[in-house]
Design a protein around this ligand. Structure first.
Ligand code: BJW
Length: 254
């Protein structure tokens, strides 16, 4: 089933312009695609999907691998942090950061662990899947920031036990309160953007469904159709870094 409005171009509909100009509560859910134009590989689809030493990401980024071979997991995450050191936020990150000042109530929820939203200036980002820039103790759960360009700690500063990346792997619980806070905001928003996510991973993919049930207008920005496209009021087929800046330009809302 196609969404009510499927825009197969970079055109922004009059309806979306009006909604964008009048919206008070806006929620944006982002996924790996929002960082694709910065050079961060997405997880699924296309030739650049994440693979490490022949292992698909769901093998190396798994709770099982943390148990069996934590050094291999760190090698994969250290490599990714190293790559991120030289990458920059793209126009999509910057545009979303500006939106925080446009709407009376704005919430950014991301599945990304790369920290690029924050580097673009976004604050109070709800990170559903953790951060590649933090380590967490396997025993006492205390968290340790990993500064850009620095060497990460080997052992927990509180109890001395092993540290693991503070990211959420399949079958693991999301950070306490993160989804609940995002779900509350989804239930209150009047405009919801779903940007650069395949919308396959739950509970994140359930947020636009919550917003839709409460009557929000849902707009997806993605070069591909996803499992959520049918639920959206509008699907704009294109790259986030090209589409999102057009919204402000065409509505003139500052
Ligand atoms: C562009 C673009 C451009 C490209 N511009 N777009 C309910 C129903 C069914 C299953 C479950 C359920 N609840 C829980 C589950 C199980 C599971 C799950 O969802 N499984 C499904 C796969 C079926 N979920 C979980 O296990 C979650 N935990 C949980 O629910 O805990 C409670 C619980 C515990 C135990 C039992 C039951 C419940 C945890 C999920 C953790 C996900 N972790 C990962 C890895 C992080 C670590 C790492 O970085 O290595 O997070 S998986 C990976 O997928 C990563 C991402 O955040 C996540 C989502 O991917 P995303 O962002 O959508 O990226 P892609 O690559 O899939 O898509 C990119 C998109 O961008 C594409 O559409 C492109 O077209 C597009 N694109 N260029 C715009 N320029």
């Amino acid at each position: 089933m196609l969404p009510s409005r499927f825009v197969k171009t970079t055109e922004i509909s009059q309806e979306l312009r009006r909604r964008f100009a009048e919206a008070r509560n806006v929620l944006v859910l982002t996924g790996a695609g929002v960082s694709a134009e910065s050079g961060v590989p997405t997880f699924r689809g296309g030739g650049t999907s994440a693979v490490w030493k022949g292992m698909p990401f769901d093998v190396i980024s798994s709770a099982d691998m943390v148990q069996r071979n934590l050094p291999a997991v760190w090698e994969w995450f250290d490599y990714r942090r190293g790559v991120l050191e030289s990458l920059k936020p793209n126009p999509a990150h910057h545009e979303i950061a500006r939106w925080a000042n446009r709407f009376p109530d704005f919430t950014l929820v991301t599945q990304n662990v790369d920290g690029l939203h924050q580097r673009a200036g976004s604050r109070d980002v709800i990170e559903l899947h953790g951060s590649i820039w933090r380590a967490r103790c396997v025993k006492c759960d205390s968290r340790h920031q990993i500064e850009r360009g620095s060497v990460r700690e080997d052992a927990c500063l509180e109890c001395g036990d092993r540290l693991r990346p503070d990211v959420v792997l399949f079958g693991e619980m999301l950070p306490p309160g993160a989804f609940e806070q995002a779900a509350l905001k989804a239930s209150q928003c009047d405009l919801c953007f779903v940007v650069g996510t395949s919308a396959l991973v739950y509970p994140a993919a359930g947020l636009p469904e919550i917003a839709k049930k409460r009557g929000a207008y849902i707009c997806e920005v993605n070069p591909e159709m996803t499992g959520l496209s049918h639920l959206c009021d509008e699907v704009i087929s294109g790259k986030a870094g090209e589409i999102l800046p057009l919204l402000s330009e065409t509505t003139g809302r500052e």
